[in-house]
Design a protein around this ligand. Structure first.
Ligand code: ADP
Length: 312
């Protein structure tokens, strides 16, 4: 589907067509195209073409994007030949959960699976490191969201060595090249998936250290938000720089044309949601969804079924 026709669709649904175009241009700059990544070059406070005063317009645009996604999800399910995987990564309090709620709000829950990955259980630790992620991939016709993902295997597992120790690996398998090998394995895994009908979009929600502190403090002040706080959040914050390095290595090694990474500014949640919606819209627009799937039954079988029903 041509980009202009997508933008026309978004404009036709009530939002400003020009703003959708500017958003598309801004979002394209978040894509990682080279192997060398410096997060310091990406501003977590960015709001693309908008200012805080444009929040009404941003809301209208988000509605237009979710309406578009709702419509195309139907086509994705009807055709049943592509799966879409949205990988969401970010530091604690980057806004992953609320982003999923907002961006996926109009989708049919039957065609959309969200999987959150926590610390692996005993069974998962006895398998190869990609096993538990493979089991939760979306099937053809569905959208899958990974809230944290196989990338934790080169992020938290890299930064906190006790996780690698719990993976039952022979010492000969965990030499200094273990992370480069895992990144190669991940890139190979994603290549394989894209060659077999899964479109992959990967988002790093880039929140600043200051904004993360504010969000933690808000959680601690508000009893209704206490459940979101975990002591490990503070421990991970102490490893901020180690996570930065691990993210930079992962983004640089695994951003490919078919499974690109986007570093999305996440200090302003209203903008992060809109940027991710735009990325998802354009990834789905690339799929050839209007070609009908081949009929499962041949015309004679359909005719016989019709005749049998009419005679019954
Ligand atoms: P979130 O922080 O995403 O809202 P939780 O508070 O449940 O969700 O945290 C999930 C935790 O599980 C995170 O600290 C994350 O680093 C950890 N985790 C996820 N995958 C793995 C993994 N493969 N190995 C170790 N820890 C993991």
């Amino acid at each position: 589907m041509a980009r202009d026709s997508v933008l026309a669709d978004l404009g036709a649904k009530g939002a400003d067509g020009g703003a959708a175009r500017e958003l598309t241009e801004a979002v394209r700059r978040y894509r990682i195209d080279g192997a060398s990544v410096r997060l310091a070059d990406h501003d977590p406070g960015g709001t693309g073409p908008f200012t805080a005063r444009d929040r009404g317009l941003a809301r209208a645009l988000l509605r237009a994007h979710t309406a578009w996604l709702t419509d195309r999800q139907r086509a994705l399910a009807a055709q049943g030949q592509w799966a879409v995987l949205l990988v969401l990564q970010g530091r604690d309090a980057a806004g992953k959960d609320s982003l999923i709620r907002h961006v996926m709000s109009g989708m049919n829950p039957q065609g959309c699976d969200v999987t959150s990955f926590d610390v692996p259980n005993a069974e998962e630790l006895r398998h190869d490191f990609l096993w538990r992620y493979h089991r939760h991939l979306p099937t053809q016709g569905k959208v899958g969201v990974f809230n944290r993902s196989h990338y934790e295997e080169v992020l938290v597992v890299r930064v906190r060595p006790e996780h690698l120790r719990s993976q039952h690996l022979h010492p000969s398998l965990i030499g200094p090249d273990v992370w480069d090998r895992r990144l190669l394995d991940i890139a190979g895994f994603e290549d394989y998936l894209t060659r077999n009908g899964t479109a992959i979009v990967k988002i790093f929600l880039n929140v600043s250290k200051e904004e993360q502190k504010e969000r933690f403090l808000r959680r601690l002040r508000d009893p209704a938000k206490h459940f979101k706080f975990s002591p490990s959040d503070i421990r991970d914050r102490e490893h901020w720089d180690a996570y930065t390095e691990a993210y930079e290595a992962a983004l640089g090694a695994t951003s490919t044309p078919r499974a690109p990474w986007y570093v999305v500014p996440a200090d302003r949640k209203w903008y992060a949601r809109l940027a991710v919606a735009s990325i998802l819209v354009h990834a789905i627009a690339e799929l050839d969804l209007d070609r009908p799937a081949p009929l499962l039954a041949d015309p004679e079988t359909l005719q016989a079924a019709r005749a049998a029903l009419e005679d019954a």
